[in-house]
Design a protein around this ligand. Structure first.
Ligand code: FUB
Ligand code: ZN
Length: 677
């Protein structure tokens, strides 16, 4: 039996926040029990924002209450993601009262399920005649996928059989309707997700039909380009289920091409990431190297050309989508929290196919930056969109920036992100390690104790603030074990990695080289490096490895093709992207710049922002008016250029905080990128 317990100071705070704040808070919101200010994610009057009504929708569908469905057609998924987060939390810390509550939610969901297994409160209550008839927009399968994920997690955590039976009944209903063998009904959901749920159900039950259906849905994409249009036109009195979506191009749904031919990241970012997450899983489960290669192509395009330095993805609010290579505007972007959560899912499933450090590198980049940015330090306010530059006045007055919020709302009209964050943080151990071909891999660094068969691993670290990570390895048998540690790619920006084995320095092998060092039991441990991992093989007897990852403060530049960041730099230390806020640096961040003389210093401040590493350094501020203030009368709007402005610049001491921690001290400006002279 494998088990992993996270004991980490940095992440335990987050997991405690999930348990003590997010889960109870979200439960109250889903029940409309507390008055919260629900903000629309952008200026769009059609976005429902009066209440959540999630639980009430289920009660109505179950016949326990009367009324109409309220909210998005995919409102049910908020409950499923909450239940999934509860499952992981219960697994970590049993809580009888919470389990009782979750059991009652499971019973409610089972009651809302129709006799044939169909489950979607919107269609049961409002439009039974439209079931599976508008897959582009209906999200029926999307919600089903989220329920399957929750069901597997809840069953694993508590042994509750009702939840698994309900999920299987739903999967069987879907299987009957689409029936891959007979092609009873063609098509797949406009929003990928059911494929992930089916794969989890397959892994949990061994039922091959679920795997087959997941693969079938993936391979349906793009087969018939007219499918969504044909479905719409076959409905008498068709009414759109989602406003505006019927005008989006097929690439919005990843329906523009066969999945094997899609080689760039197109369309809605969350949809694409869910599709790729499922593809990577199906590729591994079926040994389909063509499918893995298809994932690789999309992966390369994202990480080489379409991802923000923060691990955010999605460059435009229109369709919450990718745009084109190197188009990464930092003040109008989307960077939805869910998209980066899902990028982590994708990376994690890529590791099932092939162990490459870059998958762990991207999980880490997304996690420490955009993902954690998705929530406030109080666990009760959430970002949907994670900008890299904010001017509150622009967010308030420029309609093109209405989605760029300067502070995290209490809840959102479309509440997909908060419970997605909760379920990810509550299950972080699934991302910290993986096993592959008999070896155990440490992918993300956090203090923990883990047992993998006969091998026990105790990890201690103060990452990401401190550089050392120590592993104590011990096995209860005499077999040779293989353990591997990801070497973060950012270590190449500094002095690299130093390795100490049982207290003695050991050189790090070059690729292709093997270096052996004494083990605690008087034998040897042999080290090699491959594809971003340090491998250690041997018989482990309380052997201690200490890795020190050099973490200098680094000025990062973007590829010159990234138009918005030309001539600018961002500051990073280890995996953490830093940012400037007006709370520390005054208004008018756009007037700041750096020269080559920046003398960075780094200090951990335990009383600031729940404990963060803070960077200070020399910078310059150009004199002049702050946007919004009246321009000094003697300064024209335009004048011939002189570098007088530079000469008038005053020297200032700048303060950078971790990007994820911005917007926790009220409304103000923020900028990740700053001009470099
Ligand atoms: O469509 C369901 C969810 O709503 C998506 O995943 C999010 O991007 C939001 O649009
Ligand atoms: Zn979201």
């Amino acid at each position: 039996m494998n088990s992993i317990q996270i004991t980490d100071t940095f992440f335990s705070k987050y997991r405690e926040l999930v348990r003590k704040e997010m889960i109870p808070y979200q439960w109250k919101v889903l029940n409309d029990e507390i008055a919260v200010n629900i903000e629309r994610e952008r200026n769009d009057d059609t976005i429902p924002n009066e209440k959540s009504h999630c639980i009430e929708n289920f009660r109505i569908a179950a016949g326990r209450s009367q009324g109409h469905h309220y909210g998005w057609v995919f409102q049910d998924s908020d409950v499923y993601k909450w239940l999934e987060a509860v499952s992981y939390s219960l697994k970590e810390k049993p809580d009888a009262a919470l389990q009782k509550l979750a059991d009652s939610v499971v019973d409610l969901i089972a009651d809302a399920q129709e006799d044939d297994g169909y489950l979607s409160t919107y269609f049961t209550i409002e439009a039974p005649q439209r079931k599976f008839r508008d897959l582009a927009e209906s999200h029926e399968l999307y919600c089903a996928g989220h329920f399957m994920e929750a069901a597997v997690a809840y069953h694993e955590a508590t042994g509750n059989e009702t939840v698994l039976a309900t999920a299987r009944k739903l999967a069987d209903c879907i299987y009957r309707w689409f029936s891959p063998e007979e092609m009873a009904h063609p098509g797949a959901d406009g929003h990928e997700e059911v494929e992930i749920g089916l794969m989890k159900l397959y892994h949990a039950t061994g039922e091959k039909r679920y795997l087959k259906l997941a693969k079938h849905f993936l391979e349906e994409r793009g087969k018939n380009p007219d499918f969504f249009r044909e479905q719409r036109s076959s409905e008498e009195n068709y009414i759109a289920l989602l406003n505006g979506v019927d005008h989006f191009p097929l690439s919005y749904f990843q329906w523009h091409k066969d999945i094997y031919a899609q080689d760039t990241a197109e369309g809605h970012a969350v949809r694409l990431m869910y599709m790729c997450t499922a593809m990577a899983d199906v590729a591994e489960a079926t040994g389909n190297s063509r499918m893995y290669e298809a994932c690789r192509k999309i992966w390369r395009n994202i990480v080489d050309k379409r991802m923000y330095i923060t691990g955010g993805i999605g460059s435009t609010v229109t369709g919450e989508s990718f745009t084109f290579d190197y188009d990464l505007p930092d003040d109008t972007m989307y960077c939805e929290t869910c998209a980066s959560v899902a990028l982590m899912f994708f990376a994690r499933n890529m590791l099932k196919n092939e162990t490459r450090g870059e998958y762990g590198d991207i999980m880490e980049r997304a996690l420490y930056n955009t993902v954690l940015d998705g929530m406030a330090l109080d666990g009760r306010h959430f970002f949907y969109v994670n900008p890299l530059q904010v001017l509150p006045e622009a967010s308030a007055k420029d309609p093109g920036k209405s989605h760029v919020k300067p502070v995290r709302p209490e809840w959102l009209g479309c509440a997909c992100c908060p419970p997605n964050l909760a379920r990810l943080l509550a299950s972080l151990e699934k991302y910290a390690f993986h096993e592959y071909k008999g070896a155990v891999f440490a992918d993300l660094f956090m203090s923990s104790s883990a047992q993998f068969g006969t091998l026990s691993v105790v990890e201690k670290t103060r990452y990401p603030w401190e550089e050392a990570v120590t592993f104590t390895l011990d096995s209860s048998d005499t077999a040779e074990h293989a353990f591997a540690v990801r070497i973060p790619s950012w270590t190449s920006w500094g002095k690299g990695v130093t390795l100490t084995v049982n207290g003695a320095h050991c050189d790090l092998p070059a690729p292709g080289q093997i270096i052996c060092c004494p083990s605690a039991a008087g034998d040897v441990l042999c080290f090699s490096v491959s594809e971003g991992y340090l491998y250690i093989r041997g018989q482990f007897r309380q052997d201690t490895l200490e890795l020190t990852f050099d973490m200098p403060v680094v000025k990062m530049a973007a590829n010159p093709a990234v138009r918005s960041e030309n001539g600018k730099v961002a500051v990073m230390r280890g995996p953490v992207v830093y940012t400037l806020e007006s709370a520390d640096n005054g208004e008018g961040l756009y007037r700041l710049f750096l020269r080559d003389d920046t003398d960075f210093s780094y200090e951990f401040k335990k009383d600031m922002l729940n404990g963060v590493g803070v960077i200070t350094g020399k910078g310059y501020r150009i004199a002049g008016a702050v946007c919004g203030e009246s321009t000094p009368a003697d300064t024209p709007l335009y004048a011939p250029y002189t570098d007088e402005t530079e000469e008038r610049a005053e020297q200032v001491r700048l303060i950078w905080i971790p990007y994820y921690a911005w917007a926790n001290r009220g409304k103000g400006e923020m900028a990740v990128w700053i001009r470099q002279k």
